[in-house]
Each structure stands twice: as structure tokens, then as C-alpha cells.
Ligand binder design. Sequence first.
Ligand code: ATP
Ligand code: MG
Length: 374
Amino acid sequence: MNLIDIQLTDFRNYRDLTLGFDPGVNLIVGDNAQGKTNLLDAIIYMGAGKSFRTQKSAELVRLGAEFADVSGNVFSQERKQSLRWVLFPAGRPRQLYLNGVKKKTAADIAGVLHTVLFCPEDLMVLKNGASARRRLCDQNLSQLRPNYEAALTEYNRILEQKSHILKDRYENPAVLQILPEYNTRLCQVGALIISYRARYFKALGEKAKIYHELFSGGSEQFHLEYKTVSTVTDPFASTEVLVGQLQEHLCSHERAELESALCLTGPHKDDFDITLSGMSVKSFGSQGQVRTGTISLKLAQRDLMASQTGELPVLLLDDVLSELDPGRQDFVLNQIDQGQVFITCCEPGRFTKLGKTITVRHGEICDGNVCTSL
Ligand code: ATP
Ligand code: MG
């Protein structure tokens, strides 16, 4: 799939813009605060009805404007399709059109324009706590496997109830009678989650490894390891085996859970680790290695989505080039030759052999020294 063009009226700092895109790489260059990330935000909004920077659609309307219009033509599902969103600053519900026909919700345009985004905030994912890493993968896996999303929702629901039981037991000790029932259910759903994750991380790691090795010119060996509950000896084992092993871990932590009133054991503590030539990125990775590793993961996630839907999502790489050495910059600019890619950067003089360069200044597109709203 690819975005053919976009029309923006009063979207963030864009007053009036019509812009055509290359089906390959689109390099968006400009100084800070000119509108590069806003353009990516518009593309994401068009496909998903959600901004990646704000939950308030009012913030997307240019300050002082009466409404914002985000429209574009997409080639996907083997045909040209048009999407249009009209957003209002306060109160009034937004409007959505697919091929000129009014639609109710973003679910009505599912599959028309998928995007995968890398943004600087993602860099913290490899360095920070496990919850951000779980979120990154849960989102992707939920898109790939709706049954996984259902299992995860169920798991989190039971976990929350168990948490209440552990906390309420001082005031009402009788609630402890129902605890074993919750533990059994947690182990059953937890085993399912581990099964899905084991397969997902295997596929993700294999794809990301290929990208990372291309990225680093073969100088670093990428390895992704899924880390789950310590009694699980093989996450690919049958769910019956996994249930038993989860119960074993729960039993050995029962007292600690009661004393701390916390749910200490289960796949809600899962994590994954990436090593480069045997060194953990989390503990030892350089800035460039963390960046390269994260982008490799995003490329792998994009491939997994393509194997599910048959179409490569549009890849959006925001502020991706800084801290990369020339070889790794060359990979980003000139070697991601599948599907459509948008790359933003502040550094002038960058060039891509795989598409076109777009210069943005004050929410307008510059052609040479002249800036025009095309
Ligand atoms: P950087 O290189 O620093 O990341 P950028 O080119 O990505 O910069 P953007 O994040 O796209 O910059 O933001 C450009 C400008 O858009 C900002 O100065 C911001 O104040 C402005 N802006 C954001 N939302 C609105 C809005 N609703 N109305 C008017 N201006 C807005
Ligand atoms: Mg930006």
C-alpha cells in the first residue's frame, strides 16, 4: 500500500497543502519546528483516526481555525481509495469519508492505510522498564492476532480482580476463599498468552536479525530472547504443560503475594532482551546501537503485518538519522527498498536514491528557495 497524495487544510501548522508522494522513499527535510512531524501525524491520523502525539483532536486543528481537513488518496487493496477526515476544535464530532461515502468510526476504514511509526520516544523502549517493551509488542501482536488481544484483555481483567482480593483481604478475610479460582484462571489464560508470545518473538527476532545485520554492515550479531516466568522451561510447550509450570511458580510465590498484596508472578511480568554480539543493548548499548536495534524491530514488525494482510504498511521514521554513522544513515536512506517510507530529518544535504526529497518550512513546501502551498 502507498499514500499517493495528501491535502491538508488548517491541520496543525499547515494552512493549505496539497502534496504528492513517491511510492518509495520520501525524505522530509527542514529545520526544527517547521512541520515535519506534523506531516507524519497527519498520515497516521488519516489511516487510524488517532494522533500519536495527542488524544485531543482539537489540538490537531490549526490554532484559531474553524475546522481541519485531512484528505488523501491511497493505493491499497488493489485499488485507489480516498480518505477524508474533518475535525473540529471543540465539541462537534469529527467526520469521516471513505471514497466519498460517510463512515461512522475508524473501524470502518480498517486495512485502507496501515502505518508503522518509529519516533524518538521509542528509543526509550529498549533502555527503560519492561512495561514499555511489553506494550510495544502487545500492540503489534494484537493487530496480528485478534484472539491474542481477547486473551490479554481477559488476563488483565482477572489480574485486576485478584489484585483487589489481595488488597481487600485485611478488611474482609473471607475473600481469600475465591483466590484459588482466580489463580487457576490466570494460569490458563496466562499459558495461552505465553504460547502466542513465544511464536511472535521467534518470528520478530528472526526478521529483526536480518535487518540489524544489514544495518550494521554485518558487524553486530542481533539476538532477541523472550523472557517469561522462570519455571517455564520451553514457552513452545503445550498449554497444559505451561499451565502446570505457571501453577508451580504461583505456589512458590503464594506467601510473598499475600504478604505484599501484589500479583508477583505471571506473564504480566514478561520481557524480552536484545543482545548485540552477546552484549545486552539495555545495559551496554551505545546510542547508535539502541537506535539501530529499535528501527530493526520496527522493520520486522512491519514485515509481520505484511505477512498477515498481504500489504506492507507505510513506514514512518521520525528524526531517525541523528546519532547514526554514515553507513547506518545510508541503510535508512538508500536500502529500505520495499514499500513506502517517510523519513524526517533536520540535517540539510541528505539525499535518497530511492525516491524524493521534500523541504518543509513554516508549514509550507519549499521548491528551491521559494515556499509555496502547492
Ligand atoms: P523538530 O525537528 O523539532 O522535530 P518538526 O519540523 O518536526 O520539528 P513539528 O513537531 O511538526 O516540527 O511542529 C511544527 C510546529 O507546529 C510547532 O512549532 C508547533 O507549535 C506547531 N503546531 C502544532 N500544533 C499546532 C496547531 N494546532 N496550530 C498551530 N500550530 C501548531
Ligand atoms: Mg519533529
